[in-house]
Design a protein around this ligand. Structure first.
Ligand code: NAD
Ligand code: MG
Length: 390
Protein backbone atom coordinates (compact mmCIF):
# COMPACT_ATOMS: atom_id res chain seq x y z
CA UNK A 1 0.00 0.00 0.00
CA UNK A 2 1.39 3.41 -1.01
CA UNK A 3 0.47 6.24 1.36
CA UNK A 4 0.13 9.61 -0.31
CA UNK A 5 0.15 13.28 0.60
CA UNK A 6 -1.46 15.51 -2.00
CA UNK A 7 -0.31 19.11 -1.76
CA UNK A 8 -3.01 21.16 -3.49
CA UNK A 9 -5.70 18.46 -3.54
CA UNK A 10 -8.53 20.84 -4.50
CA UNK A 11 -6.79 22.02 -7.67
CA UNK A 12 -7.02 20.60 -11.15
CA UNK A 13 -4.07 18.21 -10.68
CA UNK A 14 -5.15 17.36 -7.12
CA UNK A 15 -8.64 16.34 -8.23
CA UNK A 16 -7.26 14.26 -11.13
CA UNK A 17 -4.86 12.54 -8.69
CA UNK A 18 -7.72 11.61 -6.36
CA UNK A 19 -9.67 10.32 -9.36
CA UNK A 20 -6.84 7.89 -10.20
CA UNK A 21 -6.33 6.90 -6.56
CA UNK A 22 -10.06 6.15 -6.15
CA UNK A 23 -9.76 3.61 -8.97
CA UNK A 24 -7.16 1.60 -7.03
CA UNK A 25 -8.12 1.45 -3.35
CA UNK A 26 -6.05 -1.72 -2.92
CA UNK A 27 -2.86 0.13 -3.93
CA UNK A 28 -3.20 3.65 -2.50
CA UNK A 29 -4.31 5.31 0.70
CA UNK A 30 -4.29 9.03 1.45
CA UNK A 31 -2.19 10.32 4.33
CA UNK A 32 -2.80 14.08 3.94
CA UNK A 33 -4.77 16.48 1.76
CA UNK A 34 -4.11 20.21 1.56
CA UNK A 35 -6.03 23.18 0.17
CA UNK A 36 -5.51 26.90 0.43
CA UNK A 37 -9.04 28.19 0.92
CA UNK A 38 -11.63 25.84 -0.59
CA UNK A 39 -12.74 24.42 2.72
CA UNK A 40 -15.98 22.73 1.73
CA UNK A 41 -14.33 20.95 -1.22
CA UNK A 42 -11.56 19.78 1.07
CA UNK A 43 -14.13 18.51 3.59
CA UNK A 44 -15.82 16.51 0.81
CA UNK A 45 -12.48 15.00 -0.19
CA UNK A 46 -11.76 14.11 3.44
CA UNK A 47 -15.10 12.35 3.69
CA UNK A 48 -14.27 10.21 0.67
CA UNK A 49 -10.57 9.53 1.32
CA UNK A 50 -10.31 9.74 5.13
CA UNK A 51 -6.81 11.22 5.40
CA UNK A 52 -5.00 11.42 8.73
CA UNK A 53 -4.26 15.12 8.27
CA UNK A 54 -5.89 18.01 6.38
CA UNK A 55 -4.02 21.28 5.93
CA UNK A 56 -5.49 24.66 4.99
CA UNK A 57 -4.02 28.12 4.43
CA UNK A 58 -5.14 30.02 7.52
CA UNK A 59 -6.39 29.69 11.10
CA UNK A 60 -9.75 30.95 9.90
CA UNK A 61 -9.99 28.23 7.24
CA UNK A 62 -8.97 25.64 9.86
CA UNK A 63 -11.76 26.83 12.17
CA UNK A 64 -14.21 26.45 9.29
CA UNK A 65 -12.98 22.98 8.35
CA UNK A 66 -12.88 21.40 11.80
CA UNK A 67 -16.67 21.29 12.47
CA UNK A 68 -17.36 20.05 8.92
CA UNK A 69 -15.13 17.05 9.59
CA UNK A 70 -16.46 16.35 13.08
CA UNK A 71 -20.08 16.47 11.83
CA UNK A 72 -19.15 13.62 9.53
CA UNK A 73 -17.57 11.68 12.38
CA UNK A 74 -14.05 12.07 10.94
CA UNK A 75 -11.02 12.18 13.22
CA UNK A 76 -8.79 13.82 10.56
CA UNK A 77 -6.37 16.19 12.27
CA UNK A 78 -6.57 19.80 11.03
CA UNK A 79 -3.52 22.01 10.61
CA UNK A 80 -2.77 25.23 8.77
CA UNK A 81 0.01 27.34 7.29
CA UNK A 82 3.28 26.80 5.40
CA UNK A 83 4.97 24.83 8.19
CA UNK A 84 2.11 22.36 8.32
CA UNK A 85 2.48 21.85 4.54
CA UNK A 86 6.15 21.02 4.99
CA UNK A 87 5.30 18.69 7.88
CA UNK A 88 2.80 16.60 5.89
CA UNK A 89 5.19 16.51 2.92
CA UNK A 90 7.99 15.09 5.10
CA UNK A 91 5.92 12.98 7.52
CA UNK A 92 6.86 9.37 8.23
CA UNK A 93 3.22 8.47 7.58
CA UNK A 94 3.51 9.01 3.82
CA UNK A 95 5.87 7.56 1.25
CA UNK A 96 4.68 9.46 -1.81
CA UNK A 97 4.01 13.18 -2.25
CA UNK A 98 2.08 14.73 -5.12
CA UNK A 99 3.35 18.33 -5.33
CA UNK A 100 0.42 20.13 -6.99
CA UNK A 101 0.34 23.54 -5.33
CA UNK A 102 0.51 26.30 -7.91
CA UNK A 103 3.42 28.74 -7.95
CA UNK A 104 6.22 29.59 -5.56
CA UNK A 105 4.03 28.68 -2.56
CA UNK A 106 4.79 25.06 -3.44
CA UNK A 107 8.56 25.37 -3.24
CA UNK A 108 9.18 24.77 0.45
CA UNK A 109 6.79 21.81 0.87
CA UNK A 110 8.12 20.21 -2.35
CA UNK A 111 11.65 20.68 -1.10
CA UNK A 112 10.65 19.24 2.28
CA UNK A 113 9.44 16.10 0.51
CA UNK A 114 12.71 15.85 -1.42
CA UNK A 115 14.75 16.30 1.76
CA UNK A 116 12.72 13.56 3.45
CA UNK A 117 13.67 11.19 0.60
CA UNK A 118 10.10 10.71 -0.60
CA UNK A 119 8.83 9.49 -3.92
CA UNK A 120 8.02 12.95 -5.26
CA UNK A 121 5.53 13.42 -8.07
CA UNK A 122 6.24 16.94 -9.28
CA UNK A 123 3.49 18.94 -10.99
CA UNK A 124 4.54 22.24 -9.37
CA UNK A 125 7.01 23.27 -12.09
CA UNK A 126 7.53 26.73 -10.54
CA UNK A 127 9.32 25.10 -7.58
CA UNK A 128 11.92 23.52 -9.84
CA UNK A 129 12.22 26.57 -12.11
CA UNK A 130 12.97 28.74 -9.09
CA UNK A 131 15.36 26.53 -7.24
CA UNK A 132 16.95 24.43 -10.02
CA UNK A 133 20.27 23.14 -8.76
CA UNK A 134 19.26 23.44 -5.11
CA UNK A 135 16.25 21.23 -5.73
CA UNK A 136 18.13 18.62 -7.76
CA UNK A 137 20.88 18.51 -5.12
CA UNK A 138 18.30 17.87 -2.39
CA UNK A 139 16.79 15.04 -4.45
CA UNK A 140 20.21 13.45 -4.99
CA UNK A 141 21.49 13.95 -1.45
CA UNK A 142 18.40 12.49 0.22
CA UNK A 143 17.78 9.76 -2.37
CA UNK A 144 14.34 11.01 -3.24
CA UNK A 145 12.69 9.64 -6.37
CA UNK A 146 11.63 12.49 -8.60
CA UNK A 147 8.95 11.71 -11.19
CA UNK A 148 7.64 14.40 -13.54
CA UNK A 149 3.89 14.95 -13.79
CA UNK A 150 3.92 17.79 -16.30
CA UNK A 151 2.66 15.93 -19.38
CA UNK A 152 5.64 16.93 -21.56
CA UNK A 153 8.23 15.91 -19.01
CA UNK A 154 6.40 12.74 -18.18
CA UNK A 155 6.38 11.95 -21.92
CA UNK A 156 10.12 12.63 -22.18
CA UNK A 157 10.75 10.49 -19.11
CA UNK A 158 8.86 7.67 -20.83
CA UNK A 159 10.93 8.10 -24.02
CA UNK A 160 14.30 8.02 -22.21
CA UNK A 161 16.12 4.85 -21.17
CA UNK A 162 15.40 3.72 -17.59
CA UNK A 163 18.90 4.33 -16.23
CA UNK A 164 19.15 7.74 -17.87
CA UNK A 165 20.99 9.59 -15.11
CA UNK A 166 20.67 13.14 -16.58
CA UNK A 167 23.57 12.77 -19.05
CA UNK A 168 22.21 13.10 -22.61
CA UNK A 169 25.50 12.28 -24.38
CA UNK A 170 25.89 9.03 -22.48
CA UNK A 171 22.65 7.75 -23.99
CA UNK A 172 22.82 9.15 -27.52
CA UNK A 173 20.17 11.78 -26.81
CA UNK A 174 20.53 14.54 -29.39
CA UNK A 175 17.57 16.76 -28.50
CA UNK A 176 14.54 16.99 -26.32
CA UNK A 177 11.48 18.20 -28.20
CA UNK A 178 8.82 19.82 -26.04
CA UNK A 179 5.49 20.07 -27.79
CA UNK A 180 3.16 23.00 -27.16
CA UNK A 181 -0.43 23.51 -28.21
CA UNK A 182 0.14 27.22 -28.83
CA UNK A 183 -2.81 28.01 -26.54
CA UNK A 184 -5.91 30.00 -27.40
CA UNK A 185 -4.07 32.80 -29.25
CA UNK A 186 -2.00 30.80 -31.71
CA UNK A 187 -3.80 32.25 -34.71
CA UNK A 188 -5.15 35.51 -33.34
CA UNK A 189 -3.95 38.75 -34.93
CA UNK A 190 -1.02 39.90 -32.74
CA UNK A 191 -2.24 43.49 -32.93
CA UNK A 192 -5.43 42.51 -31.06
CA UNK A 193 -3.72 40.64 -28.22
CA UNK A 194 -3.63 43.65 -25.92
CA UNK A 195 -7.42 43.59 -25.76
CA UNK A 196 -7.89 39.94 -24.74
CA UNK A 197 -9.80 39.31 -21.51
CA UNK A 198 -8.92 36.90 -18.69
CA UNK A 199 -11.89 34.75 -19.77
CA UNK A 200 -10.46 34.41 -23.30
CA UNK A 201 -6.98 33.72 -21.97
CA UNK A 202 -8.02 30.90 -19.63
CA UNK A 203 -10.10 29.15 -22.30
CA UNK A 204 -7.50 26.60 -23.37
CA UNK A 205 -8.39 24.71 -26.55
CA UNK A 206 -7.28 21.24 -25.32
CA UNK A 207 -6.65 21.12 -21.57
CA UNK A 208 -8.76 22.00 -18.53
CA UNK A 209 -6.38 23.49 -15.95
CA UNK A 210 -6.05 26.03 -13.14
CA UNK A 211 -6.23 29.71 -14.03
CA UNK A 212 -2.55 30.56 -13.58
CA UNK A 213 -1.22 27.81 -15.84
CA UNK A 214 -3.98 28.58 -18.36
CA UNK A 215 -2.76 32.18 -18.68
CA UNK A 216 0.82 30.87 -18.84
CA UNK A 217 -0.27 28.68 -21.76
CA UNK A 218 -1.79 31.68 -23.54
CA UNK A 219 1.48 33.66 -23.25
CA UNK A 220 3.54 30.46 -23.72
CA UNK A 221 5.40 31.30 -20.52
CA UNK A 222 4.21 27.84 -19.54
CA UNK A 223 6.41 26.37 -22.27
CA UNK A 224 9.24 28.66 -21.23
CA UNK A 225 9.00 27.39 -17.65
CA UNK A 226 8.91 23.87 -19.07
CA UNK A 227 12.14 24.45 -21.01
CA UNK A 228 13.81 25.37 -17.71
CA UNK A 229 12.11 22.43 -15.98
CA UNK A 230 13.41 20.06 -18.70
CA UNK A 231 16.90 21.46 -18.30
CA UNK A 232 16.97 20.50 -14.61
CA UNK A 233 15.12 17.20 -14.90
CA UNK A 234 17.07 15.81 -17.83
CA UNK A 235 20.43 17.60 -17.63
CA UNK A 236 20.08 19.00 -21.15
CA UNK A 237 21.54 22.39 -22.10
CA UNK A 238 19.17 24.99 -23.57
CA UNK A 239 20.38 24.46 -27.14
CA UNK A 240 19.29 20.83 -26.94
CA UNK A 241 15.77 21.68 -25.82
CA UNK A 242 13.49 22.54 -28.70
CA UNK A 243 9.91 23.77 -28.62
CA UNK A 244 7.56 22.61 -31.35
CA UNK A 245 3.98 23.80 -31.70
CA UNK A 246 1.56 20.93 -32.15
CA UNK A 247 -2.01 22.23 -31.87
CA UNK A 248 -3.69 18.83 -31.35
CA UNK A 249 -1.83 18.04 -28.06
CA UNK A 250 -1.70 14.34 -28.92
CA UNK A 251 2.08 13.97 -28.94
CA UNK A 252 3.04 15.10 -25.45
CA UNK A 253 6.75 15.42 -26.25
CA UNK A 254 9.61 13.61 -27.97
CA UNK A 255 13.24 12.59 -27.64
CA UNK A 256 15.51 12.71 -30.66
CA UNK A 257 18.50 10.33 -30.69
CA UNK A 258 21.83 10.59 -32.53
CA UNK A 259 20.93 7.65 -34.79
CA UNK A 260 18.01 9.62 -36.24
CA UNK A 261 15.29 7.95 -34.13
CA UNK A 262 12.58 10.19 -32.77
CA UNK A 263 10.63 8.66 -29.86
CA UNK A 264 7.29 10.13 -28.88
CA UNK A 265 4.65 9.51 -26.25
CA UNK A 266 1.07 9.99 -27.41
CA UNK A 267 -2.14 10.17 -25.44
CA UNK A 268 -5.38 12.03 -25.02
CA UNK A 269 -4.92 15.39 -23.30
CA UNK A 270 -5.87 14.21 -19.80
CA UNK A 271 -3.49 14.60 -16.85
CA UNK A 272 -4.66 11.33 -15.33
CA UNK A 273 -2.31 9.52 -17.74
CA UNK A 274 0.96 11.05 -16.45
CA UNK A 275 -0.41 10.92 -12.89
CA UNK A 276 -1.17 7.20 -13.14
CA UNK A 277 2.18 6.60 -14.81
CA UNK A 278 4.09 8.24 -11.99
CA UNK A 279 1.95 6.75 -9.20
CA UNK A 280 2.48 3.19 -10.42
CA UNK A 281 5.97 3.56 -11.92
CA UNK A 282 7.54 1.24 -13.02
CA UNK A 283 4.25 -0.63 -13.28
CA UNK A 284 1.22 0.50 -15.30
CA UNK A 285 -2.29 0.98 -14.00
CA UNK A 286 -5.59 2.12 -15.50
CA UNK A 287 -6.10 5.88 -15.29
CA UNK A 288 -9.62 6.28 -16.60
CA UNK A 289 -8.26 7.74 -19.85
CA UNK A 290 -9.29 5.97 -23.05
CA UNK A 291 -6.95 5.10 -25.93
CA UNK A 292 -6.05 7.65 -28.59
CA UNK A 293 -8.22 7.33 -31.68
CA UNK A 294 -5.76 8.37 -34.39
CA UNK A 295 -8.14 7.60 -37.26
CA UNK A 296 -10.63 10.03 -35.72
CA UNK A 297 -7.96 12.69 -35.14
CA UNK A 298 -6.84 12.25 -38.74
CA UNK A 299 -4.03 14.77 -38.87
CA UNK A 300 -1.26 15.96 -36.61
CA UNK A 301 0.27 19.36 -37.33
CA UNK A 302 3.54 20.95 -36.33
CA UNK A 303 5.01 24.42 -36.61
CA UNK A 304 7.92 26.40 -35.19
CA UNK A 305 7.13 28.87 -32.39
CA UNK A 306 7.13 32.59 -33.15
CA UNK A 307 8.99 34.63 -30.51
CA UNK A 308 7.25 37.80 -31.66
CA UNK A 309 3.85 36.39 -30.88
CA UNK A 310 5.16 34.70 -27.73
CA UNK A 311 7.91 36.90 -26.21
CA UNK A 312 7.59 35.10 -22.85
CA UNK A 313 9.10 31.99 -24.40
CA UNK A 314 12.17 33.96 -25.41
CA UNK A 315 12.41 35.52 -21.92
CA UNK A 316 12.52 32.05 -20.38
CA UNK A 317 15.32 30.93 -22.72
CA UNK A 318 17.18 34.13 -21.77
CA UNK A 319 16.68 33.39 -18.06
CA UNK A 320 18.03 29.87 -18.48
CA UNK A 321 21.07 31.19 -20.32
CA UNK A 322 21.74 33.77 -17.56
CA UNK A 323 21.63 31.18 -14.78
CA UNK A 324 21.82 31.93 -11.03
CA UNK A 325 18.63 33.42 -9.67
CA UNK A 326 17.41 34.74 -13.06
CA UNK A 327 14.83 31.99 -13.50
CA UNK A 328 13.47 32.68 -10.00
CA UNK A 329 13.18 36.37 -10.89
CA UNK A 330 11.42 35.53 -14.16
CA UNK A 331 9.04 33.23 -12.29
CA UNK A 332 8.25 35.77 -9.57
CA UNK A 333 7.62 38.58 -12.06
CA UNK A 334 5.41 36.26 -14.09
CA UNK A 335 3.35 35.22 -11.07
CA UNK A 336 2.73 38.86 -10.15
CA UNK A 337 1.97 39.82 -13.76
CA UNK A 338 -0.46 36.93 -14.31
CA UNK A 339 -2.33 37.72 -11.10
CA UNK A 340 -2.53 41.41 -12.08
CA UNK A 341 -3.86 40.39 -15.50
CA UNK A 342 -6.47 38.08 -13.94
CA UNK A 343 -7.45 40.94 -11.61
CA UNK A 344 -7.79 43.23 -14.68
CA UNK A 345 -5.09 45.58 -13.42
CA UNK A 346 -2.97 45.20 -16.56
CA UNK A 347 -3.51 44.17 -20.17
CA UNK A 348 -2.34 40.90 -21.69
CA UNK A 349 0.70 42.33 -23.46
CA UNK A 350 1.84 43.99 -20.23
CA UNK A 351 2.64 40.52 -18.88
CA UNK A 352 5.76 40.07 -21.01
CA UNK A 353 6.68 43.76 -20.78
CA UNK A 354 6.54 43.67 -17.01
CA UNK A 355 8.69 40.55 -16.79
CA UNK A 356 11.22 42.09 -19.16
CA UNK A 357 11.35 45.25 -17.05
CA UNK A 358 11.93 43.31 -13.83
CA UNK A 359 14.63 41.16 -15.45
CA UNK A 360 16.38 44.30 -16.78
CA UNK A 361 16.36 46.01 -13.40
CA UNK A 362 17.17 43.01 -11.26
CA UNK A 363 19.98 40.94 -12.71
CA UNK A 364 20.22 37.38 -11.42
CA UNK A 365 23.11 36.34 -9.24
CA UNK A 366 24.55 33.22 -7.67
CA UNK A 367 22.24 31.78 -5.03
CA UNK A 368 23.82 30.84 -1.70
CA UNK A 369 20.87 28.84 -0.34
CA UNK A 370 17.11 28.73 0.14
CA UNK A 371 16.84 31.92 2.24
CA UNK A 372 18.83 33.86 -0.34
CA UNK A 373 16.61 32.48 -3.11
CA UNK A 374 13.42 33.43 -1.27
CA UNK A 375 14.82 36.93 -0.74
CA UNK A 376 15.42 37.26 -4.51
CA UNK A 377 11.87 36.04 -5.10
CA UNK A 378 10.47 38.69 -2.73
CA UNK A 379 12.61 41.40 -4.29
CA UNK A 380 11.40 40.54 -7.80
CA UNK A 381 7.77 40.57 -6.60
CA UNK A 382 8.25 43.98 -4.97
CA UNK A 383 9.76 45.37 -8.14
CA UNK A 384 6.99 43.89 -10.30
CA UNK A 385 4.32 45.42 -8.05
CA UNK A 386 6.14 48.78 -8.19
CA UNK A 387 6.15 48.65 -11.98
CA UNK A 388 2.38 48.01 -11.98
CA UNK A 389 1.48 50.79 -9.57
CA UNK A 390 3.96 53.47 -10.69
P1 NAD B 1 -5.03 24.98 -9.45
O1 NAD B 1 -5.08 26.45 -9.36
O2 NAD B 1 -6.17 24.26 -10.06
O3 NAD B 1 -4.79 24.35 -7.99
C1 NAD B 1 -3.81 24.85 -7.14
C2 NAD B 1 -3.84 24.15 -5.79
O4 NAD B 1 -2.85 24.78 -4.97
C3 NAD B 1 -5.17 24.26 -5.05
O5 NAD B 1 -5.42 23.08 -4.34
C4 NAD B 1 -4.93 25.41 -4.07
O6 NAD B 1 -5.69 25.27 -2.88
C5 NAD B 1 -3.46 25.27 -3.77
N1 NAD B 1 -2.85 26.55 -3.45
C6 NAD B 1 -2.90 27.70 -4.17
N2 NAD B 1 -2.21 28.68 -3.57
C7 NAD B 1 -1.69 28.15 -2.45
C8 NAD B 1 -0.88 28.67 -1.39
N3 NAD B 1 -0.47 29.95 -1.38
N4 NAD B 1 -0.55 27.84 -0.39
C9 NAD B 1 -0.95 26.57 -0.39
N5 NAD B 1 -1.70 26.01 -1.35
C10 NAD B 1 -2.09 26.80 -2.37
O7 NAD B 1 -3.68 24.62 -10.22
P2 NAD B 1 -3.36 23.35 -11.15
O8 NAD B 1 -3.77 23.63 -12.54
O9 NAD B 1 -3.82 22.08 -10.49
O10 NAD B 1 -1.76 23.40 -11.15
C11 NAD B 1 -0.99 22.98 -10.04
C12 NAD B 1 0.45 22.88 -10.46
O11 NAD B 1 0.58 21.86 -11.43
C13 NAD B 1 0.99 24.15 -11.11
O12 NAD B 1 2.33 24.34 -10.74
C14 NAD B 1 0.89 23.86 -12.59
O13 NAD B 1 1.87 24.55 -13.35
C15 NAD B 1 1.16 22.36 -12.62
N6 NAD B 1 0.59 21.68 -13.78
C16 NAD B 1 -0.76 21.66 -13.95
C17 NAD B 1 -1.31 21.02 -15.06
C18 NAD B 1 -2.82 20.97 -15.25
O14 NAD B 1 -3.26 20.31 -16.20
N7 NAD B 1 -3.62 21.59 -14.44
C19 NAD B 1 -0.47 20.40 -15.99
C20 NAD B 1 0.90 20.44 -15.78
C21 NAD B 1 1.42 21.07 -14.66
MG1 MG C 1 2.87 20.89 -19.48
Amino acid sequence: MQTITILGSTGSIGVSTLDVIARHPERYSVFALTAHSRVSELAQQCLQFKPEVAVVGSAEAARALEPLLRQQGLSTQVAYGPQALCAVAAADGCDTVMAAIVGAAGLEPSLAAARAGKKLLLANKEALVMSGQLFMDAVAEHHATLLPIDSEHNAIFQCLPQAYGRVPEAHGVARIVLTASGGPFLKRDVATLEAVTPEEAVAHPNWVMGRKISVDSATMMNKGLEVIEAHWLFGAPADRIEVLIHPQSVIHSMVSYVDGSLLAQLGNPDMRTPIAHALAYPERIASGVGPVDLAKIGQLQFLAPDFQRFPCLKLAYDALASGGSTAAILNAANEVAVQAFLDREIGFRMIDQLIQRVMDRLPGRTVSGLDDLLEQDREARRLARDCITS
